[in-house]
Structure formats: C-alpha cells, structure tokens
Design a protein around this ligand. Structure first.
Ligand code: F0G
Length: 454
C-alpha cells in the first residue's frame, strides 16, 4: 500500500472550536497580530511547537495512575531511570522539569565568563543558558546546514574542521563540546552516526566532555536508519544506543521524543560533575528522585520512551513531514529541504520577495495562515533574531516560518487542510502586505511584540 497510515486508533478526542475568517480577523487584531497572544482555543490547528503537545497513549494514561508521589525514593523514579538507561546508558540520570532546567544546571557548573562552548547549533534556550553565565556559544554546523536548498542527507552535522580549529583557538577555555539531535534551529535536520562519533573522538582527543542535546533522538535515529550507509538493517534502539555510547552526558526535554507533556533530564557519567549537578538540582528543582516532576510524570516518560522507538510510529512521523513538504513544493512554496523530523519550515523571504526583511515576511505569512485557515505557526526570522541588545535592528539571515507538529495529534486530513490553506495564500500572495512593530520589549521580542499590518 502507498498510504502510510497513522499507526494508532483514537480513544479520546478533543473538539476543535471552529471559527470563521471574520472571527479570526477580529481575534488576530485583538492579539496585535502576535500569534503568541492568541487563546489556543481560537486556533484550529496549532503548529506553534511540538514541545509538550503530544497525545499520550492509553498506556501512558494508565501509567499516570501508578505514579508514586513519595518525596524520596519513589518507584516511579526507578522506572524512569531504568527506561532512560535502557536507551542511553549513562551512570547518573537527574530528572528536571524540562530541558532548559537541565541546561541551566549544567552550565551553572561548566559555564562562566571566559568560557567557549561549541555545538552544531545551540537551541535558543541552550544559548541563553550559556550566555547568561558570561560564556560564549558557537554554532559550527556544516555549510550545507545553512543552505535551505541543499539536499545533504545530514544537514545537522558538525563541521569537524571548524570544531578542530575552535578547540585549537580556545583550548582550555572550552569546558565541553555539544551536539543537538536533530538540529532544531537548523530545520530539524539530522546528524549522522558517523558525525556524532567523529565529534566525540575530537572532544576526547582534547580531553573535553561530549554532551548531546537529545531532544529528538528517536527522529534522528530513524533518519540514520533511512539514510546512512550500513545502518538500514539495524533496529532504531541499537542506533540510539550507539548515538549515546561515546557521549559523557546529555540534556533532554521529555516534551519532545518522550511523548510527555512536561519533563526532562540531565545525564552524566562523571562522579564529581554529577554530584555538583545534584547539589544544584536540590536548590532549584527538587530532590534527586523527582527533580521538579510529579511521580506520575516520571511514569509517563518511562512509558513514552518505550513507545517513541516504535519504527512504525517513526516511519509515519517522518513521512507526515515529507508529505506536507512535497505538496507545498509542488505548488511552488519554497521550504527548507529536505523536510526535517518535527517541522516543516517555509522560506517566507523567497515566497514573499516583495516584502523586505524589516517588514517581516515571516510574520506576514504566519498571520495569513491564521487568518485564512486558523493555523498557528511561528516566525523564525527578523522578528525573532533582528533586535540587538543595543536596540538596533538587523535583518536575520533567513525569514522562515516553522510549522512544528505535535506528536500523534493531527491526521492526514489536517495535513490536506493545511495544504489547501497554502493554495489560498499562494493564489493571493502578491497582495500580502508586510507588518510594522508598534511596541516591543528590549529582548526576546517575538513573544510579546505588538504588530500592525502595513
Ligand atoms: N533543546 C532543543 C533542541 C529544543 O528544541 C528545546 C525546546 C530545548 C532544548 C529546551 O527544552 O522547552 O523542555 O525547556 N524546544 C521547543 C521548541 C520549545 O518549540 O522548539 P524545554
């Protein structure tokens, strides 16, 4: 059969409140054309993020009931710890309430003024947590990773020559080497097993701990299975284990590839580092057997980790992204190619060349998607990255719109609907106008800025 069906049945449903275009015109104006200001029940298809928005399975819901809420030594923690170690055999697994809490703890120990931390591309919370300690974060992804038209199979790969040069330049001031799988900020692009191993080898040769940001590890592993020579006959579980085998630690948001609505962890091998992290955890998150989570959350994660490596699920997951990408390309919508694991990124600057970057083509497209179809997406461009700390504005390298897909939530008819909304927009795209900012905060302006159409 050609159709890769959703490999699940639906047992509980959440109604979508239908809205008309007229209603949405009033709602988006009242939100000052910022999609973060919308009430989510005014959204038909919410593609703002794949984080924490997954549908839990019947088994996860059942696992919630076995959650044990003891302050110390809860069996939920030991189930969680065993599930993590089954995939990523680190010595210490430290639960946190979400990924950025793991990052904050790690960099409160490894960061600090005068330090330099390289990665393929740091996610913005990772960069923020590094920079807030006074350290510098560097993105050393391969050149193909920055070219939306390149069809390189592993556009998330680390540029190994640049990493060597960076380590030679900064030497003792580098406390660790990181890599993000998949590379979210670069379009959800995977990193090959060969590149992970080569990065680990370089880090080891320089005596640096190698830390993986593993948020979307299962999607990355399935890309390796599909695309990396020699990996096609292997199980995703074995590939996952190999991905982490040479690492000294990981940060994780369980809100992505653990099918959980909240949660994360920091895993480490080094005794002293783990001890320091636990001390910090007790101050900021909680006792080491719950770390900012309820026992029931730990059980939901443990079950989620069993389900996420299901290869029928992963095939369906990556195929759904590719399906939407293919249909958009067929109608001439420029996207970041090839489609990544969790999202489809549209190149708004190329779709709307008549709107200059400082009139925010990404925001204009995101607003049009809401107006025409009730779809909520996210601008990743000059709105998000254009405001410098000194208050000046620059053009971001690209003006993209990200449609990130919650896991197991939307079906193929939702995908077809999204494609139809694009057909409407493409037919009238030359009439779309840019936006201006009428108010903005001094940092992270995309969350709260107010806009008006030009
Ligand atoms: N690392 C990566 C690669 C991420 O994508 C995220 C979150 C984090 C770390 C932080 O995890 O949200 O649990 O604190 N990404 C979300 C997104 C927010 O929409 O891409 P968190």
């Amino acid at each position: 059969m050609r159709t890769i069906i959703e490999p699940f049945r639906i047992k509980a449903v959440e109604p979508i409140r239908m809205t008309t275009r007229d209603e949405r015109a009033g709602l988006i104006a009242a939100a000052d054309y910022n999609l973060f200001a919308l009430h989510s029940d005014d959204v038909l298809i919410d593609l703002l993020t794949d984080s924490g928005t997954s549908a839990m399975s019947a088994r996860q819901q059942a696992a919630l009931m076995s959650g044990d809420e003891s302050y110390a030594g809860s069996p939920s923690f030991f189930r969680f710890e065993a599930a993590v170690k089954d995939l990523m055999p680190f010595k210490y697994v430290i639960p946190t309430h979400q990924g950025r809490a793991a990052e904050a703890i790690l960099f409160s120990i490894l960061g600090g003024a005068g330090k330099f931390i390289p990665s393929n591309t740091h996610f913005d919370t990772t960069r923020g947590n590094i920079e807030s300690t006074g350290a510098e974060a560097a993105d050393l992804v391969i050149a193909e990773g920055l070219d939306p038209t390149s069809l390189h199979p592993f556009k998330g790969n680390m540029d190994l020559d640049r990493l060597e040069a960076y380590l030679a330049q900064h030497g003792a001031a580098v406390p660790c080497v990181m890599i993000t799988v998949t590379n979210n900020a670069g379009g959800g692009q995977p990193v090959s097993l060969e590149n992970i191993r080569a990065t680990a080898k370089i880090a080891k040769a320089h005596g640096k701990p190698f830390i993986i940001d593993g948020c979307r590890f299962a999607e990355n592993a399935y890309f390796i299975k599909m695309r990396e020579p020699g990996q096609e006959g292997r199980s995703v579980k074995d590939i996952v284990r190999d991905m982490f085998a040479d690492a000294d630690g990981m940060t994780m948001s369980a809100k992505k590839d653990a099918f959980a609505n909240i949660g994360g962890w920091l895993a480490l091998n080094d005794d002293d580092l783990a001890q320091a992290a636990r001390n910090r955890l007790i101050l900021t998150e909680g006792f080491p057997t719950y770390g900012g989570l309820a026992g029931r959350d730990l059980d939901a994660i443990a079950q989620g980790l069993v389900e996420i490596i299901d290869e029928d699920y992963l095939r369906y997951r990556l195929r759904s992204m590719a399906y939407i990408g293919e249909r958009l390309e067929a109608m001439g919508v420029p996207i970041v190619r090839p489609t990544g694991g969790h999202a489809v990124f549209i190149d708004a600057r190329r779709l709307l060349p008549h709107i200059p970057p400082k009139e925010y083509p990404g925001q204009a497209l995101a607003v049009a998607l809401y107006l025409e179809g009730g779809i909520r997406s996210c601008e990743i461009g000059t709105v998000m990255f254009g405001l410098k700390p000194d208050g000046t504005e620059v053009e971001a390298p690209m003006d993209l719109v990200r449609m990130a897909f919650p896991r197991r939530v939307y079906t193929q008819s939702h995908a077809d609907y999204i494609v139809e909304v694009f057909e409407e927009i493409v037919a009238r795209k030359d009439a779309l106008k840019g936006m201006k900012i009428t108010w903005q905060p001094t940092a992270m302006r995309h969350f709260t800025a107010k806009f008006a159409p030009l």
